[in-house]
Every structure is written in C-alpha cells, then in structure tokens.
Design a protein around this ligand. Structure first.
Ligand SMILES: NC(=O)C1=CN([C@@H]2O[C@H](COP(=O)(O)OP(=O)(O)OC[C@H]3O[C@@H](n4cnc5c(N)ncnc54)[C@H](OP(=O)(O)O)[C@@H]3O)[C@@H](O)[C@H]2O)C=CC1
Ligand SMILES: O=C(O)[C@@H]1CCC=N1
Length: 315
C-alpha cells in the first residue's frame, strides 16, 4: 500500500471497512461518478472531495470482498491489511468503522496518535461519545488532550447507505467543526440519504432508531410476507410486495402524510384494514416497537470503546 498523500483530492481512510464502511464508500463512489458526468455540480459541493479510499481490514478475505464490491468504481481504492497507521498517515479524513470494542486497540496502536494529528476523524461507533474516542487516542489521559489532535465528529448512518437510502444523524460538535470539515461531513453522508443534526445526548436514541431501525423494519416486513405466504402467495412475490408496501408507505410519510391519517384513510368503515389493525393493536405492536427502540437505546449507551460485556443481560 502506498503511504503518500494525494495532492489534489482527499484521501479517505476507513479504519475497519466492513458492512458500514462498504455501504458508505459505495454511496460516495457512486456520487463521485455522477458528479464527474454532471456539467454543473450542486452548490453544496465542497471544494475538495475524496478521490482515493483506503479500506483497512484484518483479514485477506475481507479485503477480497471489498475489492469485489467496490473495485469497479472509478475512485482509486486501496486495501490495507493490518497496516492501520500507514493508512492513517496517508489520509486527510478518517472514518472509524470498526466495532466499538475494537476501537481502543486500533486507536492506541503505536504511531496512531501522531498519524491522526490535525485530521478529521468521523466516528460511526455505537455507544461512544466523542470524548470516548478522544480518550482512546490519548491512552486515557483526556485531561491533557492537545488541540492539534484530530477533529472528532460522531455520526450515525445505517446500512441502507448501500442503496443510498440511509438516515444519518450527525452529532452537533462543540466547539463547532471547522467549516471546511463540516461541509465535507454533510456532503459525504448527504450522498447516502437524508441527514439531520442532533445534540450529542440524543445519539444513543439515534443509534437505535436509525442504526438498528432497518432490522426492526425487516422484522415487520417478514411478518407481512409470512401472512401473505400463509394465505397462498408465493414467497418470492410476497417478499417483493412487502418491501414495496413499506417503501411506498415510507414515501407517503416522508412527503408529509401523518401516519395516523394515512392509517385512517386506508381503513374503510366495515372493511378489511380495520379488521387487521385491531389484531395488531391487540398484539400491542405499536407499544412493543416503541419499547424496542427504547431498549436498543439503553443497550447502545453501553457499547462504548471499553467493551462492556453482557449489555443485553436481563435487567
Ligand atoms: N451494522 C450496522 O448496521 C451499523 C453499525 N454501526 C456501527 O458501525 C461500526 C461498524 O459496524 P459494522 O460495519 O457492522 O462492522 P463489521 O464487523 O462489518 O466491520 C468491522 C470491520 O473492522 C475490521 N477490523 C477489525 N479489527 C480491525 C483492525 N484491528 N484493524 C483494521 N480493521 C479491523 C474488520 O475486518 P476483518 O473482517 O478483516 O476482521 C471489519 O472489516 C460499529 O461501530 C457499529 O456500532 C452503525 C450503524 C449501523
Ligand atoms: O447492533 C449494533 O450494535 C449496531 C449499532 C446500530 C446497528 N447495529
């Protein structure tokens, strides 16, 4: 792997390029291709964009997977196997995309603190506030954290970034990020779906609602499809139908329809929808989903870099 810096565009190093790193990279790479083919770039396009991605992993097979998914894009792609410090040295911007419990050992690798100095570090770690990342870089001595270390920003995207349908929450930075970095973060995540900014204390709730949300929605989708299969619809068609029903409903709500109004519009008096809804209410689906979001928020808050065990143990 080359350790030199690119002269014009930015080098984005992904420290831990698994499910999320691949999803985010693919969205960005596709957006860069669109930009290249467009005559007038949108006004919010930052002056410097990534033109090289370095994907860091531990295992050769993970590198091969990245190459197979991302290798066909125009953006320069390098796979870095167990060479994290060199990959960060070559970077302008770093996306911390490992599991939260891995971050401590990666960020405290010899030479890492120096390699990160002055750069932008975007953390997508669940359960880990900015201060936790800073402490991991400084080996625990947060009190002496020098101002020339990286600018750390916390972001929570989701796996639908792969199809550019993520919902991303950016934690408001205090003090604010330098404008150049702020624009870049909004641009990067804006390429993979809508972005909102929230106060840092809401990031565990954002992790549950947005980060875990696709898994919750997938469970509901399976239920829809199973019901159809139970009544004779072939599995493949039932799955396509369930996915499109959720997508269409999401489109209506995103366009401004209130979910309760939508529900009432579909429920013909004396019709079949109200019959089905009564069964769902009997099963306390709405309260159960809300409680699942609440539970995942509490669990997310325990997933910090120090790697707390048994976070899902009964309380
Ligand atoms: N999964 C999701 O839907 C979401 C996850 N998140 C957050 O995103 C982060 C990533 O999650 P996810 O993508 O699912 O995780 P993955 O397990 O898919 O990816 C983790 C990556 O880290 C790599 N890695 C592990 N150890 C090292 C190391 N020492 N040096 C370099 N690379 C290393 C792994 O490589 P290898 O395979 O070679 O071990 C792997 O590619 C987590 O912090 C999670 O909290 C946030 C929102 C949604
Ligand atoms: O389940 C998890 O811990 C991660 C964080 C959000 C989605 N997946």
């Amino acid at each position: 792997m080359a350790a030199s810096k690119s002269s014009s565009g930015l080098t984005l190093t992904i420290l831990g390029c698994g499910t999320m790193g691949i999803a985010i990279s693919s969205g960005i790479m596709r957006a860069l291709e669109e930009l290249k083919n467009s005559s007038s770039p949108p006004a919010d396009t930052p002056p410097r964009l990534p033109n090289r991605i370095i994907a860091c992993v531990r295992r050769e097979e993970s590198g091969k997977k990245i190459q197979s998914v991302l290798g066909s894009y125009d953006t320069a792609l390098e796979i870095s196997i167990n060479e994290n410090v060199r990959a960060v040295e070559a970077a302008d911007v770093i996306l911390l995309g490992c599991k939260p419990y891995m971050a401590q050992s990666i960020l405290s690798e010899s030479g890492m603190r120096n390699a990160l100095r002055g750069k932008l570090l975007i953390s997508i770690l669940a359960g880990t506030p900015v201060e936790g990342v800073e402490t991991a870089i400084c080996g625990g001595s947060y009190g002496t954290y020098p101002t020339d270390l990286p600018h750390v920003v916390r972001v929570m995207p989701n796996t639908a970034g792969f199809v550019r349908e993520s919902m991303t929450v950016i934690a408001a930075s205090n003090p604010p990020l330098p404008e150049e970095w702020n624009k870049l973060v909004e641009w990067m995540f804006g390429r993979i779906g809508p972005v909102v900014t929230l106060l840092p204390h809401l990031m565990d709730a954002a992790t549950s609602l947005c980060g875990s949300g696709p898994a919750f929605a997938a469970l509901f989708m399976e239920g829809l499809a199973d019901g159809g299969v139970a009544m004779g619809i072939p599995r493949a068609e039932a799955q396509i139908m369930a996915a499109q029903v959720l997508k269409g409903t999401a489109g209506l709500v995103a366009a401004g329809e209130h979910p309760a109004v939508l529900r009432e519009k579909v429920s013909t008096p004396g019709g079949c929808t109200i019959g089905g809804l009564l069964v769902l209410e009997e099963g306390a689906v709405r309260g159960t989903v809300a409680k699942a979001v609440r539970e995942a928020t509490v669990v997310a808050s325990k997933l910090g870099v120090e790697g707390t065990k048994n976070v899902n143990a009964p309380r």
